[in-house]
Design a protein around this ligand. Structure first.
Ligand SMILES: CC(C)(COP(=O)(O)OP(=O)(O)OC[C@H]1O[C@@H](n2cnc3c(N)ncnc32)[C@H](O)[C@@H]1OP(=O)(O)O)[C@@H](O)C(=O)NCCC(=O)NCCS
Length: 173
């Protein structure tokens, strides 16, 4: 199946497909993300375009997409610190594969591609991320790429009356 998967960078032209996958991610697995469906589902189309434009400005927050048969099926995003003392650090977030396409190594392809993208940046030596320990596939995948759990924060995310912990993970390049 991997032969049919294309990994490409988000462009402004794809804002609507990105919006659809992003809202699907937030609606179906709210416990996996810090952002909320309730907030982002009220954004206007212009706000979505502005959000994408912001990612693209200076390649500030590159977002990679996995495309299968012209359908957007997955995504992952990186960001970089602007404060001088932290400019050696990149962050990963917004990692999501449409459930229909999971377990087919598309996540692996996206993670490999975003790490290659990060490595193109001069001076980045460390990649960090936060993950809910309940997202076992994600935790296993990160560990298989050499990320280590460096800490755990209890009841870090609240959704209604439920609380979720967070692992902090990092990997040196
Ligand atoms: C995490 C996620 C992106 C992985 O995507 P995926 O395309 O299904 O992952 P892959 O098929 O590339 O799997 C790669 C590896 O992940 C691990 N993995 C995947 N599914 C797993 C499962 N159900 N149980 C345990 N490990 C699993 C395995 O190590 C696997 O490698 P292997 O098949 O060689 O053993 C996907 O499960 C997802 O979108 N989850 C919900 C959102 C989420 O948790 N995002 C992370 C936020 S920090």
């Amino acid at each position: 199946m991997n032969q049919a998967i294309t990994i490409k960078k988000l462009t402004l032209a794809m804002w609507e497909q990105y919006k659809k996958l992003r809202l699907q991610a937030l609606a179906t697995e709210p416990q996996a993300f810090g952002a909320s469906y309730e907030k982002e589902s009220t954004m206007t189309d212009d706000e979505w375009k502005e959000k994408v434009t912001g990612f693209l400005t200076d390649n500030r927050s590159p977002l990679l997409l996995a495309i299968y048969n012209d359908q957007l099926v997955g995504m992952i995003q990186a960001s970089f610190e602007s404060n001088e003392k932290f400019r050696h650090i990149a962050h990963l977030f917004s990692f999501y594969i449409n459930p229909v396409y999971r377990g087919k190594h598309i996540g692996k392809l996206l993670l490999t591609a975003i790490l290659a993208e990060i490595q193109k940046r001069r001076g980045i030596i460390k990649v960090k991320l936060n993950v809910n320990p309940n997202q076992e596939s994600a935790v296993h995948l990160y560990e298989s790429f050499g990320f280590n759990i460096t800490g755990k924060s209890e009841k870090e995310i609240r959704i209604g009356n439920s609380f979720y912990d967070q692992y902090y993970m990092e990997k040196f390049l």
